[in-house]
Design a protein around this ligand. Structure first.
Ligand SMILES: Cc1cc2nc3c(=O)[nH]c(=O)nc-3n(C[C@H](O)[C@H](O)[C@H](O)COP(=O)(O)OP(=O)(O)OC[C@H]3O[C@@H](n4cnc5c(N)ncnc54)[C@H](O)[C@@H]3O)c2cc1C
Length: 393
């Protein structure tokens, strides 16, 4: 569509990672006539977070909203081959229902138990395990310092790059305009945004704009005068192998943030830390594995005493420093047609489908219909009232 020589869209999505793609996919699925553009500055996704993710998907959260985001999204990933098929060609994202396991010492059992009750209420297939039960299920694990665990049997992991490529191919087939360019400014007139200007000098008119720029979303928000508490938090993902046999493991996570899962002949994971200075820093610290990750692994599984790190990749979380949870919805009271879908703080891949669906509902139907995500909206940021997870994050 062209208005006064300028291309005009119902929705311009800034950022073509998992979140931006999911928004575009659900807009077109719910309203085939909706004119959608996704502006992505780097179609190779050199620095984007999505392809650098570990690929874990889990329902193990405390907040009902986070559990529901997973309850919606994980089955979507399970059905990805069919849902993202184009001309009969299925997508392959290597989805593996390997399970997820949270393990805790005595001090954290209360939280774990409360969260488990919430998860059960919301239909999650979870087992609460005492140390004996845990040892029976995972005999190689050192459990002496653990008081309990929760095993979520239907969770797992996938290949994030393959998921992103599947989304891209699908939205292109649905006539979403995939524009390789960078949004450098956003036109705002009072309480409305009107369009974007790109590096190429091109301008796009937009009835709605979605900020899905991940770790770069604070810069996009600044273009409309909005300050958001999202910051770029570097974390390392290590690939390592083990010479000794361990029984098949789920995605294992502890309160000190050691998180890893099987991958190919070895394992992938790491120990993210919130103490990391916030910056667009992709430098790899090769000491980190030996000084932090390896001791944590060897403590939990003696087999890792002899492990070797084969590869380390760095990537950025779109960390919400207010409360570690996403901000989903319009800039209420200021710019009602400027939407945020950011601040996923390490959970953006697993929550992308539900987020895309929710933003599509807000834009097309003016309200949340499937999941009520009001408490994850902008108001809590404006009112400085954090809504954090309790327990392992
Ligand atoms: C090491 C690591 C491990 C992780 N593990 C997991 C995990 O196991 N499970 C999970 O759910 N999540 C995980 N995450 C988090 C997850 O990767 C992110 O939350 C998610 O990918 C965010 O998706 P996104 O689309 O918002 O961001 P991105 O994938 O970063 O996409 C944003 C895009 O916006 C583009 N962009 C930015 N500014 C502009 C602009 N001005 N104009 C045009 N384009 C622009 C960028 O080029 C980028 O491609 C992990 C992250 C890291 C770093």
């Amino acid at each position: 569509m062209s208005v006064n020589g300028q291309e005009s869209f119902d929705v311009v999505v800034v950022g073509g990672g998992a979140i931006g793609m999911a928004v575009a996919y659900y807009l077109k699925s719910m309203s085939a006539g909706c004119h959608v553009a996704v502006v992505e500055r780097d179609s190779a996704y050199t620095l984007a977070s999505t392809p650098r993710a570990s690929g874990g998907v889990r329902r193990l959260f405390a907040l009902p909203e986070n559990i529901e985001l997973s309850n919606f999204s994980i089955p979507v990933y399970e059905q990805f081959p069919e849902l993202m098929a184009v001309n009969g060609e299925k997508a392959n994202i290597s989805f593996r229902k390997g399970g997820y396991l949270f393990i805790v010492p005595t001090a954290d059992v209360g939280n774990l138990k409360r969260n488990y009750e919430t998860q059960k209420k919301l239909g999650v297939n979870v087992d609460f395990l005492e140390p004996d039960g845990l040892k029976k299920r995972f005999p190689s694990m050192t459990t002496g310092d653990l008081a309990a665990a929760v095993h979520s049997l239907d969770d797992g992991w996938m290949d994030p790059y393959a998921a992103l490529m599947a989304f891209r191919k699908k939205v292109r087939s649905l006539d979403v305009a995939l524009i390789q360019d960078e949004v450098v400014s956003i036109e705002r007139e009072g309480a409305l945004v009107r369009g974007v200007t790109l590096t190429s000098g091109k301008k796009l008119k937009a009835a709605n704009i979605v900020n899905a720029a991940g770790a770069w979303s604070p810069l996009v928000s600044q273009m409309v005068g909005q300050t958001i508490p999202v910051t770029p938090l570097r974390r390392f993902e290590h690939y390592f192998e083990c010479e000794e046999q361990i029984e098949p493991l789920p995605y294992v996570k502890d309160v000190n943030r050691l998180a890893f899962r099987p991958e190919g002949k070895g394992y992938t994971g790491g120990v993210p830390t919130l103490a990391e200075p916030r910056a667009y820093n992709f430098e790899v610290n090769h000491e980190y594995f030996d000084s932090v990750v390896w001791p944590a692994l060897a403590h939990r599984f003696p087999q890792f005493e002899k492990t070797k790190c084969k590869n380390t990749m760095s990537g950025l979380y779109d960390q919400n420093d207010l409360d570690g949870n996403p901000i989903i919805g319009p800039w209420e009271g200021q710019c009602e047609n400027f939407y945020l879908a950011t601040g996923f703080s390490g959970h953006g891949l697993m929550h992308a489908p539900a987020t895309g669906h929710a933003i599509a509902e807000l834009i097309l139907r003016r309200r949340f219909e499937t999941l009520d995500l009001t408490r994850l909206g902008w108001k809590r940021v404006e009112n400085n009232t954090p809504y954090p997870e309790q327990g392992i994050i």
